[in-house]
Every structure is written in C-alpha cells, then in structure tokens.
Design a protein around this ligand. Structure first.
Ligand code: MOS
Length: 745
C-alpha cells in the first residue's frame, strides 16, 4: 500500500466511514461519567480564583493581601510581588500560535478582566472571598476602546500567519472600465468565547513530574509552551485533555492563569484547581475583535465583477498583534479580474484577540455577502443569478484550479428546498400577518488546512485493535469520526477498535482547529492502520500455511478483520489466525498526516445558505424563521456528526447576525455584559427550522482520504444570508452586526 502522506493517492475507505454513527462517548457524557478537568478532586486539592482588573488601562497601586490572607481558608495570595519565577517572560511567544500572556509579570493593567492576582484556598468559597478582600486600588488612565480609540497601523501579518494583503491585477485600470460600482461599509461587534465548559486546569507535581488536566485543542503545542515557560524537560510534563466542552479556538493556546496555577501547585506542594468564572473568560482567552470593513465592487454592464476591494480595520490589543483576517475571506469566492484585500488595525485596551470559530472568514464573509447582495440589487438581478454569473471556475487569488467545488450543486439543492424561485426581486413584497417577510442568501466557503499529526495502531492477538493519537474531542465527535477512519485503515469493524486520545504521551495529533482535525488526525490514523495491515499481509503472504500464501502484499485486501485474496475472494484469513501462527501477541503500525509540498490546487469547502426572516415593522424585532444550507465538503466521514457541525455553524451565524456583542463602558473600558444574561447567544426560541444538507463531492487532491472540513463552514454564508433577508423584508440595508432592532425602525 502506498504512503498516503506523500503521494496523496485517493484511497478507498472501508465500511465504517460514511456511517451515521452516534457519538461513542455520548453515553459517558450524558451520564456525567466523562471526566472534565473541573470535575477532578485529587486528594488535598486547593482551589484557585483569579482576581481581575476593574480598569482597562493603568497600574495596580495596592492589593490588600493582608486582608485576604487573614481569611481562615486562604492559603496563599500570588501577586507580581511574590509570584514564583518563570524561565521566560510571559510576553514571549513560544510558537506561532502563541500569544503574549499575563502571568503576574508586573503591576500594569492592559485590559479590563486581566488577572492581577491568584488566590489559593482550601475551598472555592474561601478563594472567592479572598479575591474579593483584595480590594484593588488603581491609577487609571483613560481607556482606548473600540475601532476609533487610537490611530490605525499596518500589521506585518494577520492571523494565523497569513499575509496581510493580496493584490491581483491592475485595480485602477480595471475600475476605469467599470460600468457600475457598489460601496459597502460593515461593522462587526467584538464577540467573546462562551464555550459551555469554562476554561479550567487542575495541576499537580509529583516530584519533578508535572501532571496537568486541562481542556485543550493542541496538547503538543501546550506541552511545548509549559516546558518553555517553566524551563523543564517536556518529558516531565503530562497533559490530559480527554474531553472539552467546546473550544472554538479559545482553548488552543496557553493563557497566563494556567501558568500561575502550575507555579502555585509547585510552590504549595499540593494539587491546585482553577475553573474560570464565566466573566473571567472575557479578556484572557482570546476573542473575536470588532471590525470595520470597507468594500467596493466594480461591475461591468452585465453585472460581472471586475474589481473587488476589501479592507478591514480590526481591533488589536495594545501589546500583541492578532489581527482578524476578515478581508482574506474575499480572496477566492467570486470571479474577478482584479482584487485588493488589505488590513489595518487599531490598538485598544482589550485582551489580545484570538481565533474564534472561522477567524477571518466569519466577519469577512458576512461583509462580502452583504456587498454581493447590494451589487445584485444594483443590477436588478436575482441574488442567486448574480452569484452564478460571477461563479469562480478557478481560484481568482492564485489562478489555480479548485481541488473540487460542488458549489453549484449546493446552490441548486438548497434553493430548491427553500423555494427560492418564488422570491420577488424587490424588497418589502412579502408579509406574514403584520410581519414583513424577507428571503436572503449567502455563499459559505472555508479553506481546508492540514496540520501535522502522528498516530499508532496496534493489532491485538484477538483481532481487536487500539489506536492512539492525542486528538481533541471538543464535542465535534472526533472520538467517533476518527475511530471510523482508523477502523477502515485497519480493515476492522469500529466496534472492535479502542480509541485512545486526549493525552500528551500519545503521538501528537496537531491542532484541533481550522476545521482540519479530521483530515489531519484522520490521515495519520488511517496510515497507522494501513501500516499495520501491510505488515500483517507481509507475514501472511510469505507463510506457506496461509491461504494467502504467494498473493503478494498488494494482492490482498483487508476488511472485517480478515485479509482476502484479490484474485480469489473465497480465500481469506482472519487477523487473529495470522498473528497466532506467527506467534505474535501484537502488531504495531505508525502513520503520519500532513500535506506535503506546495499545494497545486485551491482547496475550500463550499455551501449555499438561504434564510427567511420575519421583521416586526413597528418594533424592528427580527426572527429567523427558516434556514436552509447545502454544503460540499469532500468525503463526509459521518453524516450525522457532520450535519450537527453544520447546524452548529449556522446557529452561530444566527448569533453573529442578531445577538452576539460585547459591550464596553467607554469610561472605564469594562464590560457591561460579561455573562450569559447580558451576552446573548441564540437559544431554542431563536433557532427556527434549520436544515443542513451535504452534497456529494469527490476530491482527489485535498488529501488521500478526500476529507475537507465542516466545523467552521456553516457560520460563513449564514450571517450574510440573514442580513440580506432583513434587507429583503424591510428595504433597509444592515450596516452593522449584530443587527439591532432600532436600526430597522
Ligand atoms: Mo478554531 S477558531 O479553528 O478552534
């Protein structure tokens, strides 16, 4: 069997992939037996609580540590005055994904909600009370908040390691020939992570060995970060992250409180646990920054896009440079002769932004799809007809062919199910009772990155197997989908497979992010299984006692725990018999997953999303009443889980369009809504009939397994579709997300 990591030959998966299996860890989770980091209560555990800054910019001048220490339950209060040393400064970026963090390095306050002390106590209540007793005093400077707080600057790079600008063609020359142009300015609000499971860590030292339980999307990188900050050998560190209650980018990177807890545990010689209070997640663990996006489309007299200009101004922190790469979302969606995508940033007194579910693409797609809808209207064209007229047959950014692109089929399937053909072109034409009804659409698109992963597979004497990789299950179903792929690599039924993951001693599975985890870790697992089968086939086909003797390694096929001769399907042998005759208890294979060499195709997942909204003409209240999406994302490993991912993305799109918004008090820079009472996300009443279909797509180029990704795709397209439906209902073009009712009356 060929090495899939280098040749990327299309391989045939077996019968496990493609099945709509329910989650293998589902029962554990719903019965409370899945251990999350904050559930752990090791013997002698101490509880930590962070005290956080109540100003956004300035200096902490006093903390009443005496009062806190006087509390009977409080064991220690850590401040910049007594924090145990670190091997490197917390402002050091350990690797490309890392950010500068806060670990009590000094008295400076860089944002509201920044940890300024760690209180460790015998109980959570005592730690909480101790933190309250600190009663911090400040010297406060006026905060810079939002997009207009400071002068913009040009970043050297945008997240995540992408170039900050793209220029294709001669914008000015093309523009001079255009017949029409459309200008759009869209603002998107700052959004904050609200994973169901708050960030948590339990740390304990056993001699020189550090054991950490913490939900994390990239255990390998996290271990590297801890090792560097602590100045200890990575071999001394074990990180367990079997389950995550959501990550969405916020659990991919080390944050300062994790370091403080580890230092406290060493200092105090006892295990220490910290679970961030929800309001303490606002700031130190990344967020999606506010953007102001300026777009201009130049069109010929038929409505073809000649030039596409997309500039993003994004909020950055005062001390680091994570720049939301929103303009990059416009690179490759529509055909155009010329394009310019640029970014600038403005420093504000906030925590450093970070990756958050479709970073760049979510806000960028929202703005692009509004601009496209505006352009269709300017041409008096149906928005779907306009998009088809401007369909990109090749990637306009790179000039490369797409690895696969079933977007036309997505549009057709979703439009048909939605009933789009009946849409009146003009706005304000439809009513339901006294409510205005509108229909809008958007294109979903998301790139298909791959990271680096490794995996082991071990076949046991009884024909069952165990596979190992440090993959992260954030709730997306990695335990299930990856196990299906692994079982196919091994040629066994998934019921005979034990899946071990979420532990740093296992082979590194790379980052569960960028919608690339299934492709990356899945490839490593498949290859590990295939490597094992190859060895097994070697043994059997060289053994005169086997019915497979003489068939040659390439002359046999694995399925259902047996090897079959390709030239005679009636001659086969079970794995356990081959192993038994060879006197082997175990057979072990290894695999890697990565994309080798420079890509020769443009690789994206696609989709078409159609939305219906009802708007109260007097109150401006917006209800999404229907949402239909069809998506093409290569091979769908598990239709059940993929649909759930797509639905989740689309529901996030509802939140982006109508709900999510962090609000700061401009005087103090503090949040006014840092909890789920004030920070709104869609609840059941906000989520109407939502349907997500997948369209068949074979992709020979994206990777050997033909797998793209579905995690972040659903949020793109949906936001614009809702905004365009709001316009179609009301005739008022939204210019800001979330769309506020008062902007419609
Ligand atoms: Mo994500 S923002 O790729 O977890």
């Amino acid at each position: 069997m060929a090495d899939m990591t280098t040749t990327q030959h299309h391989v045939r998966l077996g019968s496990n992939a493609g099945q709509p299996m329910t989650r293998r860890d589902g029962v554990l989770k719903v019965t409370g037996r899945a251990p999350y980091a904050a559930d752990l209560r090791p013997e002698g555990v101490l509880h930590a609580v962070t005290a956080v800054a109540g100003i956004a910019r300035g200096t902490v001048t006093h903390l009443d540590t005496d009062a806190a220490m006087a509390h009977p339950g409080v064991v220690r209060v850590y401040t910049p005055a007594n924090r145990p040393p670190l091997a490197v400064h917390p402002d050091t970026k350990i690797h490309g994904f890392a950010w500068k963090t806060e670990a009590l390095q000094d008295d400076t306050v860089r944002y509201a909600g920044q940890p300024i002390a760690l209180v460790v106590a015998e109980t959570l209540e005592a730690a909480t009370e101790g933190a309250r007793l600190l009663n911090p005093q400040y010297r406060a400077d006026p905060p810079r908040i939002g997009l207009d707080g400071d002068a913009p600057y040009e970043p050297e790079a945008v997240s995540i390691g992408r170039p900050p600008s793209l220029l294709v063609g001669d914008m000015n020359a093309v523009r001079a020939r255009a017949a029409h142009h459309v200008d759009t300015v869209i603002e998107t609000a700052a959004q904050y992570h609200n994973a169901l499971e708050p960030h948590a860590i339990t740390a304990r030292w056993i001699g020189d060995r550090l054991e950490i339980d913490t939900p994390n999307q990239a255990i390998g990188l996290l271990k590297q970060s801890f090792s560097a900050y602590l100045g200890i050998d990575p071999a001394q560190i074990v990180i367990r992250s079997p389950f995550l209650g959501g990550g969405f980018g916020s659990k991919a990177i080390l944050y300062g409180a994790q370091l403080m807890v580890v230092l406290a545990a060493r200092d105090l010689g006892r295990p220490v646990k910290l679970a961030l209070r929800r309001d303490h997640m606002y700031g130190p663990v990344g967020h999606r920054p506010a953007t102001r996006q300026t777009l201009r489309l130049d069109l010929d007299d038929q409505g073809r896009i000649m030039a596409l200009d997309h500039h993003t101004l994004a909020v950055a922190s005062s001390f680091d440079d994570f720049i939301e790469s929103a303009s990059n979302a416009s690179h490759s969606v529509y055909a155009t002769t010329a394009m310019r995508m640029t970014h600038s940033a403005v420093r504000a007194d906030t925590g450093t932004p970070g990756p958050m579910r479709a970073p760049g693409e979510a806000p960028g797609s929202a703005a692009l799809e509004v601009a496209i809808d505006q352009a269709a209207h300017a041409m008096s064209m149906d928005p779907l007809a306009f998009r088809l007229l401007n369909y990109a047959e090749t990637d306009p950014a790179s000039g490369m062919a797409f690895s696969s692109k079933a977007l036309r089929e997505c549009y057709a399937r979703a439009a048909d199910l939605f009933g789009w053909a009946d849409r009146p072109t003009a706005p304000r034409q439809m009513r339901q009772g006294r409510l205005l009804k509108g229909w809008g659409m958007g294109t979903a698109q998301f790139p298909c990155p791959m990271f680096q992963a490794a995996a082991h597979a071990t076949l046991r004497a009884d024909g069952s197997a165990v596979v190992e990789t440090s993959a992260a299950d954030m709730g997306q179903g990695a335990w299930t989908a990856l196990a299906q792929i692994a079982a196919d690599g091994l040629g066994i039924d998934v019921d005979r497979l034990e899946f071990r993951s979420g532990h740093s001693d296992l082979p590194d599975a790379g980052v569960a992010g960028g919608s690339g985890h299934t492709a990356t870790a899945g490839t490593a697992l498949f290859n590990a299984g295939a490597d094992t089968v190859r060895q097994l086939a070697d043994i059997a086909t060289k053994d005169p006692g086997s019915p497979l003797f003489g068939a040659g390694n390439a002359g046999v096929t694995a399925r259902g725990g047996r090897l079959y001769r390709n030239d005679d399907d009636s001659r086969s042998e079970a794995y356990e018999d081959i192993l038994a005759r060879a006197g082997l208890d175990l057979l072990r294979g290894e695999g890697r997953g990565a994309r080798e060499g420079e890509p020769e195709r443009a690789m994206f997942s696609h989709g078409g999303v159609f939305a219906e909204v009802l708007v109260d003409p007097d109150l401006g209240q917006i209800r999404v009443s229907r949402l239909v999406g069809a998506f093409a994302a290569g091979r769908i490993v598990n239709p059940h889980l993929a649909r759930s991912q797509l639905l989740g993305g689309m529901i996030w799109g509802i939140g982006f369009a109508l709900h999510e918004e962090a609000v700061h008090d401009p005087r103090t820079g503090r949040f006014t809504n840092n909890d789920l009472a004030g920070y709104h996300i869609p609840v059941n009443a906000d989520v109407p009939h939502v349907e997500a279909l997948t369209v068949h797509e074979d992709d020979e180029f994206v990777n050997a397994l033909g797998i793209k990704g579905v995690g972040e795709l659903g949020v793109t397209g949906t936001v614009g579709a809702i905004a365009n439906a709001v316009w179609h209902a009301t005739g008022i073009r939204p210019t800001r997300f979330p769309i506020h009712p008062e902007s419609l009356i």
